[in-house]
Design a protein around this ligand. Structure first.
Ligand code: M6R
Length: 610
């Protein structure tokens, strides 16, 4: 939700390409407008433009020398996407410029006060108050103190990057509940919402914590709390490689990331399976192993696709972990009267680790005494830092706004967790070995599903003009049906509904006719016969059916209009295979309908607003 970027360098450099490149790498976080501000010998040069970053690129030119610059790619919250609402925002005297990611909740009252003091506002955003507030304090205090006092007056979430023409070699950055990291190289310092933007320059980073601000100059970097306490923090090394954040030979990140799904599962299970003993080894949970043994309830909290991974995890943990599980939308959980105690674990699932709803629910559960566990992809993210213990899914950077490889790797970790908890309880060695050994060969089976891509593309071509779709699955594949429908909606704007196949007859069947095709997941498992009956019910009403079935199921090709085959595996692990054709189908349909699938309208990657 908004990508922010900045640099400070010892020498003057050709600054616009650096900022534009940083913003492009963060564009997936928000892409309705963009802007930059550069410190030049003749004051601050600022340009802002509605639309994608290439629109900004057209108006900034390519040869502005500067040694300090900031930029932002926006996802609108307050004020429509427009030139005037794009960041950076600036003070009346056009000396203080800043970019922001987050929401200033008390902006209205601050604005009224500042207007009474003569400040003139130029935008409809919440952000602009910060620039005027700093300007106001600057009349009596130093730049640093003015920023600190302004931050203390602000209620809400933020990552700020601030520059001041009167202090041309200083940049101040601050963080509260929105991500921000500082990258350090010998000649430059960078700030960014996430690591992908600074990878071309350095892998050495320092993460800022909530309630901290940092002062960056060409020769210095220091962190302090808003109460003026100096903070010393070690540098960390980013593990991601540059290649992981490039499209390489793929036309879109979404397709690249679907093709990375087998690797994502491989990376999630690497070093975590002891097949001969039927065990899962989860280092991140070692410290709380005894607490996990004593648990009598798990609540899974997440949003969007991560929530759907959680729903699948519910089946896994209940069947094999032998523990009752409830799955909640994080955005609802925090307002429920939930009883948490030491025998309840809250498992927060999040790719970005920055989703505001998931973080909010986690903080609430923490306050009530639950054991807080995390399943997070981005190392060092807010949720990863907030939990008591957790497991990283190691899917690598996911840039496509539609989550794909993160989903399968979340499922891989959830199946490891089911094995881990199950073996703490009554799961036999035989069952444990079966799960572990099947999980270890799953990435190869996933690669076989990718070979179906030409067939899936052909099917997408046949169906891409339909305006409605029904997605059906049962048990483990019920959440997969929901995920297939969500993905189609996100990247092709087609109306798609996901249902448990058994629920179809309780309502959705009324919609079925020849113009309302169904994608039905029917692996050869305990649900096969029941789902087959549901397909018959659709066919009896002239509905078209695309079946995702297990290799060897010849019968299905006689009933369904089209079939996509997946390899056989354990029922619990099927979702990691069955979701792949649905991801590919959504991708192809979105592209065939002419949409930019990496930047679906109205969406952003990390939703850091509530
Ligand atoms: O970063 P998170 O996993 O916490 O994000 C949760 C959702 O915002 C995310 O899954 C969203 O629904 C995706 N656009 C789905 O493709």
């Amino acid at each position: 939700m908004c990508g922010i970027f900045g640099f400070v360098s010892k020498e003057k450099i050709n600054a616009t390409p650096v900022i534009i490149d940083g913003l492009k790498r963060l564009e997936y976080r928000g892409y309705d407008s963009a802007g930059l501000a550069l410190m030049t010998g003749r004051g601050i040069f600022c340009r802002k433009k509605a639309g994608r970053i290439f629109e900004l690129e057209k108006v900034v030119g390519n040869n502005i020398e500067s040694n300090i610059g900031i930029g932002q790619s926006r996802w609108a919250t307050h004020g429509k996407p427009s030139d005037k609402n794009a960041h950076p925002h600036f003070s009346c005297d056009k000396k203080i410029y800043l970019v922001h990611n987050g929401i200033i909740e008390n902006f209205k009252e601050l604005r009224v006060k500042l207007e009474k003091r003569g400040h003139v506002f130029r935008s409809d955003t919440d952000t602009e108050v910060a620039a005027h507030l700093i300007e106001d304090f600057s009349k009596s205090y130093s730049f640093e103190e003015a920023v600190r006092l302004a931050l203390k007056s602000i209620v809400g979430t933020y990552a700020f990057v601030i520059v001041n023409a009167d202090n041309p070699t200083t940049m101040i950055v601050a963080r509260n509940s929105s991500p921000l990291l500082v990258g350090l190289s010998d000649t430059h310092k960078f700030v960014a919402s996430d690591a992908s933007a600074i990878l071309p320059h350095t892998r050495k980073v320092v993460y800022l914590h909530d309630g901290e601000f940092a002062i960056l100059t060409p020769s210095d970097f220091r962190i302090a709390t808003l109460d003026r306490k100096a903070v010393s923090r070690d540098q960390e090394l980013i593990e991601w490689s540059q290649d992981e954040v490039k499209k390489n030979k793929f036309p879109h990140f979404m397709l690249k990331e679907i093709y990375e799904e087998p690797d994502a599962v491989e990376n999630a299970i690497r070093g975590r399976l002891i097949v001969k003993d039927g065990l899962a080894k989860l280092g991140g949970l070692e410290l709380v192993e005894d607490k996990i043994k004593r648990l009598n309830r798990v609540i899974i909290s997440a949003c969007g696709t991560a929530y759907l991974a959680g729903l699948t995890g519910e089946y896994m943990l209940e069947e094999y972990g032998e523990i009752p599980v409830e799955v909640e939308y994080a955005s609802e959980l925090r307002y429920k009267k939930q009883k948490f105690d030491a025998r309840t674990a809250l498992l927060s699932i999040s790719q970005s680790g920055e989703t505001a709803d998931t973080l909010g629910a986690l903080k609430e559960a923490k306050r009530k005494g639950a054991l807080n566990l995390g399943l997070v992809n981005v190392v060092g993210s807010s949720i990863a830092r907030e939990v008591d213990a957790g497991v990283y899914n190691h899917a690598g950077p996911e840039i496509g706004v539609a989550s794909t490889k993160a989903f399968v790797s979340q499922l891989a970790v959830l199946s490891l967790l089911a094995l881990f908890i199950g073996r703490q309880r009554d799961m036999s060695l035989v069952i444990g070995r079966r799960i572990a050994s099947e999980l270890s060969v799953l990435p190869d089976k996933m690669k076989r599903v990718l070979k179906e891509a030409p067939n899936i593309k052909k099917i997408a071509r046949k169906y891409h003009k339909y305006d409605h779709f029904l997605y059906l699955g049962r048990k483990y594949n019920y959440p997969v049906a929901l995920e297939g429908a969500l993905k189609l909606k996100e990247v092709s704007y087609i109306h798609a509904e996901g249902y448990g196949a058994g629920e179809m007859k309780h309502g959705p069947i009324a919609m079925i006719d020849k113009n309302f095709p169904s994608m039905v997941i029917i692996p050869s498992d305990s649900m096969r016969e029941k789902v087959l009956s549901n397909i018959q019910e659709i066919k009896a009403r002239d509905g078209k059916v695309v079946a995702i079935a297990t290799e060897g199921n010849k019968e299905i090709s006689k009933i369904a209009d089209d079939v996509i085959y997946i390899p056989k595996t354990l029922e619990m692990l099927t979702p990691m295979l069955s979701v792949m054709p649905l991801h590919l189908f959504a991708y192809y349909v979105g592209v065939m309908r002419g949409y930019d699938v990496d930047h679906p309208r109205n969406l952003a990657k990390a939703v850091s607003v509530e």
